[in-house]
Write a protein that binds this ligand. Structure first.
Ligand SMILES: [Zn+2]
Length: 115
């Protein structure tokens, strides 16, 4: 019974040792330095398009809004308070969200503006 346990531990230890030696030789796992560089500024996800997110809110609503899925012109949904616009607070900023529906694929595109 004790040898079953010790044998299992021995096999695990041997496999881990073999894995570490293989990794040292062939660099199977990403190194901390590589992971750090992948997280540096400039390597981030692409920023949002103007008006697409609170961070890129526009000063005024655009004359035309394109569907974010198929790029066709989207129309205001008319949903929400005061003419299809909702006031939201993002951080310490007051923003207005307007929603537009695509007549072709029915996707909703939200546009953030500062007024
Ligand atoms: Zn669409």
């Amino acid at each position: 019974m004790i040898w079953t346990v010790l044998g299992t531990l021995g096999i695990v230890a041997a496999v881990v040792t073999a894995g570490v030696l293989l990794d040292r030789r062939f660099a199977l796992l990403p190194r901390p330095r590589e992971l750090l560089e992948a997280g540096k500024p400039g390597m981030k996800l692409p920023p949002y398009a103007p008006g697409e997110a609170p961070e890129t809110a526009l000063a005024t609503p655009p004359a035309k809004v394109r569907c974010r899925v198929c790029r066709r012109e989207a129309l205001p949904t008319g949903e929400g308070g005061e003419g299809g616009a909702d006031r939201v607070t993002y951080g310490d900023r007051e923003l207005v969200v307007r929603r537009y529906r695509c007549p072709r694929c029915a996707a909703i595109t939200a546009v953030y503006t500062t007024e």
